[in-house]
Design a protein. Structure first.
Length: 80
């Protein structure tokens, strides 16, 4: 497996269809830019910015998320 392919694997994470109820227990992915959380049982995204500080694209369709405020918080690592 070449290094470019391995790097791309770190940038894209697919956790869709896993019946996740929260992000608890998911480790930090510091270089992940694209995250798929579709078709889970999520009601909130608490900890999203801390776990995925470079997140640029999120697919969270078919969940029961009612509070999107976590999406608009700045990461403390971002200096702002």
């Amino acid at each position: 497996m070449n290094s470019t392919f391995r790097h791309n694997l770190k940038e894209f994470l697919h956790l869709g269809g896993n019946t996740l109820h929260s992000l608890d227990g998911i480790p930090t992915f510091p270089v992940c830019g694209v995250l798929n959380l579709d078709n889970n049982c999520l009601t909130q995204l608490a900890g999203l910015r801390q776990r995925f500080p470079r997140l640029q694209r999120l697919d969270a369709k078919n969940n029961k998320i009612s509070d999107l405020s976590e999406l608009f918080r700045r990461s403390s690592a971002g200096g702002g």
